[in-house]
Design a protein around this ligand. Structure first.
Ligand code: NAD
Length: 384
């Protein structure tokens, strides 16, 4: 919500229709904006931004929607779904107005809904681009799930559409809003581990498309874009980059999938990749769709190592640090990473700041993912 939007909304809420009309008139807006904010306007500026969720699947309904309760600057106001019954039920549960339920077909009419400031895209990966672009064209800011898109080209189109509309685009890298990860980054940057040497990160889980509906599109290339790398290897990749604090210059990779496993007819199972960073730090990362859940990362410096296991779970994170004089396990407070992430974008919109994980951050990962696939295909290192 920019300053003009904010004032317009306040005036509308205050029933000052004539003033809204004045704001819409060319020239009048500038004159109005030049006036000092009244106390009431300032209060209205502090109000929570309205969010719409697109896609009411497992992650949206089980993790995101319940966590709006802890948001300071964001409130859930609208739903976009292909299933009217599910949307109705959830709208009732969350006290949302029926007029704020949209289908994928009438989604574009959300542009006429001043209650919605931000649209959060939680659809299968290959649909992220279309709905981000449509949201931007409807004049809404966007939070989009990872991976940002299934091609570099789509990522660029999303960035361009949001830029053209003058709206913010953030990618939902929740670990970058999670206290254990933030604390680890702080320790690394302060030099607690000494000079960084090596990073490892592994993300694996057993994908079960016949038992879990949320896994059916994950094994379809057209919807997922790829397999374990796109879905969870991206956590290993992103963590290696934020721990290193620099961008890789070269990647190598190998991929192995059981050709007799029907889950891996279209997408890959096991990926092992390395990243070489300019300072000389190496990262060795893996992702898999065929073993029990692993979500860990370790950073090795010449004065110690730091371990997060899990690194990217929804809760119950642990940190261990190893130094020459022994091991320690800092007791950090678990935080609500979902609320922190959502509020971060609302605050950035209200304060006109660039989010910590903008579209460009998502594009970088998709570019490296494509280089990882290329390296595995060609059997050689790829400069990035
Ligand atoms: P899901 O299958 O449970 O949800 C996807 C939703 O999209 C469903 O409601 C489905 O009906 C809807 N949909 C609309 N058009 C569709 C189509 N053509 N085909 C299939 N579904 C369609 O999946 P999910 O696990 O909730 O994942 C959704 C997105 O969220 C993905 O991009 C995924 O990477 C991301 N995600 C992120 C995290 C995280 O921790 N950040 C965790 C899980 C999922």
């Amino acid at each position: 919500m920019d300053a003009t939007d904010s004032r317009r909304r306040f005036l509308r809420q205050a029933g000052l229709g004539a003033a809204v009309a004045a704001l819409a008139a060319p020239g009048a807006a500038a004159a109005m904006l030049a006036q000092p904010l009244t106390a009431a306007m300032q209060n209205s500026d502090k109000k929570k931004l309205g969010w719409a969720i697109v896609g009411l699947g497992k992650f949206a309904t089980e993790e995101i929607m319940p966590n709006f309760k802890d948001c300071q600057h964001s409130r859930l106001v609208a739903l976009v779904s292909g299933s009217p019954d599910k949307a109705q039920k959830l709208a009732q549960q969350y006290g949302l107005q029926e007029k704020n339920i949209y289908s994928y077909q009438n989604f574009d009419s959300i542009k006429d809904n001043p209650e919605v400031d931000v649209v959060y895209i939680i659809l299968p990966n290959s649909l992220h681009a279309e709905y981000t672009i449509r949201a931007a064209q409807a004049g809404k800011h966007v939070l989009c799930e990872k991976p940002m898109a299934t091609s570099v080209h789509d990522c660029q189109k999303m960035i361009d559409a949001c830029q053209k509309a003058g709206k913010q685009l953030m990618i939902a890298y929740r670990c970058q809003y999670e206290p254990f990860n933030l604390n680890a980054i702080e320790r690394i940057r302060k030099g607690e581990l000494g000079k960084l040497r090596f990073i490892t990160s592994d993300h694996g889980r057993r994908v079960k498309p016949t038992e879990d509906k949320a896994d059916t599109w994950r094994v379809q290339k057209k919807l997922a874009g790829g397999g374990s790398l796109m879905d969870i290897g991206i956590y290993s990749l992103n963590a290696a980059r934020y721990f290193a604090g620099e961008e890789p210059v070269e990647v190598t990779a190998q991929i192995a999938s059981d050709p007799n496993d029907p889950r891996f007819k279209e997408v890959e199972d096991n990926v092992a990749f390395t990243l070489r960073f300019p300072s000389g730090v190496l990262a060795a990362c893996t992702s898999s769709y065929s073993y029990e859940t692993v979500k860990r990362g370790r950073v090795f410096g010449d004065k110690g190592w730091l371990d997060l296991d899990p690194l990217s779970d929804y809760d119950k994170h642990t940190m261990k640090i190893g130094k020459p004089d022994g091991k320690e396990e800092p007791q950090l407070k678990e935080g609500n990473q979902f609320a922190a992430e959502i509020d971060h974008l609302s605050e950035c919109i209200l304060q006109n700041k660039t989010p910590r994980t903008p579209g460009e951050e998502g594009l970088r990962d998709v570019r490296y993912i494509m280089a990882i696939y290329e390296s595995a295909r060609k059997g050689k290192a790829i400069k990035v």
